[in-house]
Design a protein around this ligand. Sequence first.
Ligand SMILES: CC(C)(COP(=O)(O)OP(=O)(O)OC[C@H]1O[C@@H](n2cnc3c(N)ncnc32)[C@H](O)[C@@H]1OP(=O)(O)O)[C@@H](O)C(=O)NCCC(=O)NCCS
Length: 136
Amino acid sequence: MIQALTPQHLNRIDELHHQLHLTSFVHTQGCETFAFVIEDEVIGFISGLLIDDSVELLNIGIDVNHQGQGYGFQCLKQWIAYLKDRNIKTIFCEVRASNKAAIRLYTQCGFKQTRIRHDYYEHPNEDGLEMRYDEP
Ligand SMILES: CC(C)(COP(=O)(O)OP(=O)(O)OC[C@H]1O[C@@H](n2cnc3c(N)ncnc32)[C@H](O)[C@@H]1OP(=O)(O)O)[C@@H](O)C(=O)NCCC(=O)NCCS
């Protein structure tokens, strides 16, 4: 389940960012990160940034040894439910066009593609897909 980040989680969350080659936003002002914990082990995280009355999903990551077992889905679903409780009904995100696992996950959780940003990403150059979730 998702847990509000505590100082005890930080090393493991840093390790996961490193393992997954993700930029960390944990210390970015306004960013809220949750640890995703299974049987007392942190196996993932999710970070979001509140912008007015919506949230940008900055990052979600699941340890490579635990991917493909539905944990990303659980993590994102729980986070969406948490945001709903806070009356936040719109979530945005940006994803590399080649990141099929993330696109599949977001789609499965109700996100829709809203536009393509050509050559949005560098290293390597790649289109970005903007996706959006609206609470039904
Ligand atoms: C994206 C990520 C969080 C998904 O986590 P996960 O725990 O593996 O996902 P789940 O097991 O819950 O699967 C969710 C859906 O994605 C699909 N999926 C998972 N891995 C996939 C892959 N490598 N290729 C295609 N689809 C994939 C699953 O099949 C599932 O869809 P389905 O039920 O229709 O089969 C994980 O792959 C990850 O940490 N990736 C690296 C970091 C990253 O790219 N984050 C997103 C950008 S910020």
